[in-house]
Design a protein around this ligand. Structure first.
Ligand code: BGC
Length: 760
């Protein structure tokens, strides 16, 4: 290894600060990185450090060469140990710099996770990998930026309720910028698992129950995180997770097994991943669960046959945390060596945390149980992403401060748009300024629980509470605040104060729901009501006869039929993030009209689960439960506004479709007294399908329409034969000739279908 003198000077400066402050203090902000000039002729690197390893610009070191040529050149130079090293990801900790020095110098590691918040440490580790190792292969640093990094946005489930992929894209672009500025190259998001059982706490992290809508959101998230060019320093590599079926955990118990038939797998669980792959996602994470008795992280059918064979995914697959070693716990692999054989053979390129590859592959290669070509294929895929991300050319991250104010404004907008108005009797909402409002409940002035699960580097002190949000928007209103009770305990001593406040008020806003720690990973529930004594608090306040506006905070759909029956208005606010208070206040006061729609069915009871709109028909009339409601509390797609919309009948441009297209039209009128935004939803039903029976309704499109009072608009969708198809169990997209029906409706339970024929 030979370094140039100029390079050495800069390396010393970096070593002294851990962050290159000596060298790059004057460096332009990341966005202006293009302004950097080569330091002297012959130095290929466009930045501030000379990284060539032998005084010669080798092909892999030359940014002007195509990525595949660089990968080939580098791979040729790598020893088996260096190749195996690329396949391992460790957790970054306070002692990583000292502990991993020899490992990094030997080229024995490919990646760290948990890179944030320490960009300085990140750069120190990167320096060890790049400058102390023989070939100088950079590490890639990953982090769980799930709904924001430092600025925390609504949970993904909430965000999906805005039915606006462009909003998802903007939010994830902002999250990417903050992540990248802190040294994160790669985020473990979006989670695109379809979830139909709200007992599963990770329903919070996804985009709901619908495969088509999930695909739209997945693609938007990938665009937001990755931007147009992965090497753009303000963007990060996305990771579609968890492949696949994780959301179907039996009983909603996290990590539990799943049984999913091929037709359902193809048409429900795979589509969002496929959309994310088509949008160019750089990586994908293999899941913890077993799928039909084969663990997802050893599933060659999904990871290789489908993902690479049919979808032509060219990025790399990382396992979920220790999921390779857990093949032993699953009772699938006999030991760690066999786990390595199975996972690598299935198509898992990088092993997160556990070390089956590192400990097992040397002997497995020597004995011929694993072929060199299998390791090379995985290394190649990882290197390709590292080159595409520009890590060979800009391995170090630089301190920049993203625009915090813009992110906060976006977080407020997103929090408002995520709200779904479930009920509004007697126009209880919007609240008018003046008089007295009692703001009651454990979430009235709570900060932490508004952040929700996976809150990155979000801080409680940055959360704006509902109390502060309302006080700012209702300056002429006397606000009486009473906590009433805690979120989960059984202490009722605060009830008296809450009831007294309600009695003095013209209206009550009751802020109730779930703690942040009850959703997300490892958090399942067996009951979907209000935790602790919150229902009793609701009952006590309701007994005063004051009209209640219930604001529900949760990481999942709740089953709260009594709240829905007895409150005058109910607003589902989810876990809304840092600007939750102002965002919700904007909706409660009508500054922002509610326009969110449910992306999951709202169950009436746990006994109904799983409950989702696009179920199959049965051979006999749908049976009713003897002891409780059969219909859910609110259907998929549901959400009220402060005005009312009337739909005319769905009309078709033709009764037959062959080639060409058919248009589906409906007239929507704003028949209320305020402006409002409707989300017109297009549903399809295939009357007969020989590959597998199709759901009673499938979402195929939507349009957002903002109408003034009295205004009418025609909403038009176009369907081609292709739009009518489904995935066969073998993975072909097929639209069978026959009878179809469609409807434009405000939610999955409304409207009358009208039919047409697809001719051969
Ligand atoms: C989770 C993943 C996450 C990973 C890294 C796992 O336990 O299932 O979603 O990305 O940890 O933190």
């Amino acid at each position: 290894m030979k370094k140039t003198a100029a390079g050495m000077v800069l390396l010393v400066a970096l070593a002294a600060t851990g962050f290159g402050q000596g060298a790059d203090q004057q460096a332009p902000a990341l966005a202006g990185g293009g302004a950097l000039q080569p330091q002297r002729p012959g130095i290929y690197h466009r930045g501030w450090i000379d990284l060539d390893k032998n005084g010669v610009k080798d092909v892999y070191e030359d940014p002007a060469q195509p990525i595949d040529a660089r990968v080939d050149d580098l791979l040729r130079r790598m020893t088996p140990a260096e190749r195996i090293g690329q396949l391992w990801q460790r957790k970054m900790g306070a002692d990583s710099v000292a502990q991993d020095a020899a490992l990094l110098a030997a080229g024995g590691l490919g990646s760290y996770l948990g890179a944030a918040p320490d960009a300085g440490r990140r750069n120190q580790l990167q320096r060890a990998a790049v400058e102390d190792s023989r070939l100088g292969i950079p590490l890639i640093f990953g982090f769980d930026t799930i709904h924001g990094f430092r600025t925390i946005f609504p949970i993904p489930l909430a965000l999906s309720c805005a039915w606006d992929p462009a909003l998802v894209e903007r939010v994830d672009a902002a999250a990417a910028a903050e992540s990248a500025a802190a040294g994160v190259d790669w985020v473990f998001a979006p989670m695109v698992d379809i979830a139909r059982d709200p007992r599963w706490g990770r329903i919070a992290e996804g985009f709901g129950e619908d495969p088509w809508l999930g695909g739209q959101m997945a693609a938007a998230a990938v665009r937001g995180f990755q931007g147009g060019n992965l090497a753009d320093p303000g963007h990060v590599v996305a990771c579609l997770k968890h492949f696949v079926g994780y959301g179907a955990a039996e009983g909603g118990r996290d990590y539990n097994s799943t049984e999913i038939g091929r037709f359902t797998l193809r048409n429900v669980y795979l589509p969002p991943f496929q959309a994310g792959v088509a949008a160019g996602a750089g990586t994908l994470m293999s899941a913890f669960n077993s799928l039909d008795s084969v663990p997802a992280s050893a599933n060659r059918f999904t990871l290789t046959d489908v993902l690479r064979g049919q979808w032509h995914f060219s990025g790399f697959v990382v396992s979920d945390w220790a999921a390779v070693e857990e093949l032993v716990d699953h009772g699938y692999a006999a030991d760690k060596a066999q786990a390595a054989v199975m996972a690598l053979g299935a198509g898992v390129d990088m092993e997160m945390v556990s070390d089956c590859y590192r400990s097992g592959l040397p002997a497995l290669l020597a004995s011929g149980r694993v072929q060199d070509s299998a390791v090379d294929a995985a290394v190649r895929r990882i290197l390709r992403v590292k080159f595409a991300k520009g890590l060979f050319d800009e391995p170090y991250s630089r301190p920049v401060t993203p625009a915090a104010a813009a992110a906060a404004a976006l977080a407020r907008e997103a929090a408002a748009r995520a709200c779904v108005l479930l009920k509004n009797d007697g126009a209880s909402l919007p609240l008018r300024d003046g008089g007295t409002v009692a703001l009651i409940g454990p979430l009235a002035a709570d900060r932490h629980d508004l952040l929700g699960c996976w809150f990155g580097l979000g801080r409680d002190e940055d959360v704006v509470t509902l109390r502060d949000g309302l006080a700012a928007e209702l300056p002429g209103t006397k606000l009486l605040v009473a906590r009433g009770c805690g979120l989960t305990d059984s202490d009722t001593t605060g009830f008296a104060e809450a009831v007294a406040a309600a009695r003095q008020a013209d209206a009550v806003v009751l802020a109730v729901g779930e703690p942040a720690a009850w959703s997300g990973e490892h958090n399942s529930r067996s009951d979907l009501g209000l935790p602790g004594v919150q229902q009793a608090l609701f009952d006590a306040v309701a007994a005063t006869g004051r009209p209640i506006v219930a604001v529900l905070f949760a990481g999942r759909p709740l089953a709260v039929p009594s709240v829905l029956a007895r409150a005058a208005a109910v607003l589902m606010a989810w876990h809304p993030g840092m600007e939750g208070g102002p965002g919700i206040a904007d909706v409660l006061t009508g500054k922002t009209d509610p326009s969110g729609r449910l992306t999951t069915t709202l169950p009436a009871s746990v006994g109904q689960l799983p409950v989702y709109y696009d179920h199959l028909a049965t051979g006999r009339p749908f049976i009713e439960y003897k002891d409780g409601p059969t219909a859910p509390s609110r259907p998929f797609g549901f959400g009220l506004t402060y005005t009312r919309f009337a739909y005319g009948p769905t009309r078709l441009s033709a009764e037959r479709l062959q080639s060409g297209a058919i248009t589906v039209t409906a007239t929507i009128a704003n028949v209320g007294a305020r402006a409002g935004t409707e989300v017109a939803q297009l549903y399809l039903h295939a009357a007969a399908c020989s590959f597998g029976a199709r759901p009673i309704r499938e979402l195929k499109g939507f349009q957002r329409v903002t109408l003034q009072p009295g205004e009418t608009r025609e909403v038009v969708f176009t369907l081609t034969a292709r739009d009518l198809g489904c995935w066969t169990p073998g993975g072909q997209w097929q639209a069978e000739p026959g009878r179809y029906e469609s409807v434009i409706a405000p939610d999955a339970a409304s409207g009358r279908m009208t039919g047409f024929t697809l001719e051969p």
